[in-house]
Structures are given as C-alpha cells and as structure tokens.
Design a protein around this ligand. Structure first.
Ligand code: ADP
Ligand code: TRP
Length: 333
C-alpha cells in the first residue's frame, strides 16, 4: 500500500532559497519515490490570514504554483491543486472546529507569538489578530485529515501544527470510532537551516533572502551583499564558518564542494568565492527559472493544471467526507 504524503505552501512572500532547501526540495524528493501518493497544494486561504491585497494575493499564489511546477513536480503523478478550489476542505474545517478546544488554539505558536508581542508592547492582547489566524491550525488539520494523510513533510516551525492535527483527529476518533488517520510529520534535514545574507536564518521576516528565481544580474548583486569578515584574500578561511560555503554546498556537486573546501583552507578571496557561488547557483537555477517565467506568463495554463488537480482532489476526498458526516449523524442514508 502506498502512503499518502501531503504538504502545502502559503503564498505570503516570494519563494526564497531557504523555502526551497527546507521545504520544496525534500517534498519533491518524496514525490519521486514509488512508495508515496503525493498531494501538494497552494495554501492560498492560509495566505489570506495575512495578505489582504487583491493583486498581491493573485501574484503570490500563482508564484507558488509556478514554483512547484518549474522545479519538476509532475501534475500527472501528484495531485496538485489550490486549496481554495476544494470546498470539501472548508466543510471539514468547520466540523473539526466543533471538536477543537479553544485552549488548543491559544497555545498555537503563530497566534501566541503575536499575542505575547502585543502584551510586551503594551497593546491589547488580540490587536491585529483575525479569526483566520487564530483558527489557522484547524484549517491545516482539515487539509491534512481530509486526504487521510500519513506523512507531512514540513519545516521545523510547522511541527506543532501537525501535532494539533493529530490531537484533533484523536479526540474525534475517541468519540466516533476510528475515522481519521493520524498523520506524522517528517523533517527531512533537521539541521538544514539555510543562512541569509546577514548570516541569520534566511527568512522574509528578516529581509535577508535570496529569491529563488531572481534574475541573474540581481542574483549576483545579492550574492555580493553577503556579509563576510575582513580577512585578506590569501588568509586561510574556515568553510564551516562561512555563509558563502553553506550556500555553495547546497548547489554544487560533491566534487566541487570538496574542491571549494580546499580553496577556503588554503585561502581564497571573498570576491572570488562569491563569483564561484554565483556560477553554481545560476547554473542550477537557469532552467527552472525559465520554466517559472514561462508559467507566470501563461496564467490560463496554470489555472487549467490547478483546476484539473482540484477535480482529482475532490474525487478522491468526497467519499471520505461523506463517511465523516455519516459518523457525526449529519447524513442519514
Ligand atoms: P519565512 O521564514 O521566509 O517566512 P515560511 O515560514 O513561509 O518562510 O516557510 C515556508 C517553509 O520553508 C517552511 O516549511 C519552513 O520551514 C521553510 N524554510 C523557511 N526558511 C528556511 C530556511 N532558511 N532554511 C530552511 N528552511 C526554511
Ligand atoms: N502552515 C504551512 C506553512 O506555513 C502551510 C500549510 C497549510 C501546510 N496547510 C498545510 C503544510 C498542510 C503542510 C500540510 O508553511
């Protein structure tokens, strides 16, 4: 029996290298394995908790879809859809909301972080909190549980949400008998936190990202901005202390990486190291960047692929939703 694997990405910013290394790449690797049924989606209604601008929402949402496809997701092999095109998710979300204790939401980290920040800065606890943000984990539980998902590849920050989905599923099963499959998260590379231009975690919140499909000239400029120390060109350098080397090894072959390590140890100028980094990155990104731009230029094609995926998603999940409804006494047939 193949296992159901599912993950989503919310459109709240331009996809950067950290998103690729930490979330998209591992999910694509799982999708290539014969032992999994992949379902990957654009979590646009999760994005709506934050993005309240029509053009931005549209652009970012298409950007996520084009990114998955440009990086090689095959919509024939994976069910690939937009969350907002599958109403069954929202129906289940309401059902699950009625089984989710409010206290569980109070502890969910996206809400808690904002509430704590409000208190710290002397504001009302719930300033800026919309109910979408507060109930975010319930919608995510519906995403996961509707597909009877077994495996959820996510970054570290999402572990709590998968655990909440398990908690809700367990409590439902306890009352109504075994209905939901209990999902498990997988963290592909626990240690892989890609650093950004300033050496902190690459994140849109820190404004230190390298967008995945940045055009070559700008990519080069950004790479030149990476923070380095003041050591002279021929001074030996520790590759493990260097942002440039951390990024380099993600895009270079093993042989190139070994070679670069030696060059660091015997002394390489920062300018030269940055050039080398640009070369490997650009070579790796050239083809997907082209496909990405093509897809962004053909919104109808993108839409067609996504609608087709949503149809498959609905066909697969509708009977299960009926079963859930029957279990709670909503369908009487
Ligand atoms: P951001 O931190 O830029 O807001 P998100 O929170 O939207 O990014 O993250 C989307 C996915 O990308 C998550 O699964 C997250 O774990 C992963 N991710 C984000 N930044 C990094 C990084 N620097 N290194 C590895 N994975 C990352
Ligand atoms: N919350 C996830 C994030 O911020 C996105 C997401 C929504 C998701 N629904 C999901 C991830 C279901 C995995 C499974 O990155």
């Amino acid at each position: 029996m193949k296992k159901q694997v599912l993950t989503g990405i919310k459109p709240t910013g331009r996809v950067h290298l950290g998103n690729y290394i930490g979330a998209i790449k591992p999910a694509l690797e799982l999708a290539r394995e014969e032992t999994y049924h992949p379902a990957y989606f654009v979590a646009d209604y999760h994005g709506l908790t934050k993005i309240h601008n029509k053009e931005e929402m549209n652009e970012l949402s298409r950007g996520i879809a084009a990114t998955w496809l440009a990086l090689g997701l095959d919509p024939e092999k994976a069910i690939f859809y937009r969350q907002s095109d599958v109403p069954e998710i929202f129906e289940l979300s309401w059902i699950l909301a009625c089984f989710s204790p409010k206290g569980l939401m109070n502890r969910a980290h996206a809400y808690k972080a904002l509430a704590e920040e409000n208190v710290r800065t002397g504001r009302e606890t719930d300033t800026g909190v919309n109910m979408g943000l507060f109930t975010y984990p319930i919608l995510m539980a519906a995403d996961i549980l509707l597909f009877q998902t077994e495996v959820v590849p996510v970054g570290k920050d999402q572990i709590q949400h998968v655990e909440i989905a398990r908690d809700i599923a367990e409590s439902f099963n306890h009352s109504f008998g075994e209905t939901f499959t209990l999902p498990e998260y997988v963290i592909e590379k626990e240690t892989a936190v890609l650093p950004g231009l300033d050496g902190r975690k690459m994140s849109k919140s820190y404004n230190n990202t390298i967008p995945l499909f940045e055009e070559p000239k700008k990519l080069k400029k950004l790479i030149n901005k990476i923070k380095t120390d003041s050591s002279l060109p021929d001074e030996p350098k520790n590759p493990n202390d260097s942002i440039i080397f951390s990024l380099y090894k993600e895009f270079a072959t093993e042989v190139q990486t070994e070679e670069m390590k030696k060059r660091f140890q015997s002394g390489i100028g920062w300018g030269e190291a940055k050039n080398e980094l640009f070369e490997v990155m650009n070579e790796f990104l050239e083809e997907p960047r082209e496909s990405y731009l093509e897809l962004m230029d053909s919104p109808e094609k993108l839409n067609e692929i996504l609608l087709d995926g949503a149809e498959k998603a609905r066909k697969k999940t509708r009977p299960f939703l009926q079963e859930v409804k029957r279990n709670i006494g909503i369908l009487h047939s």
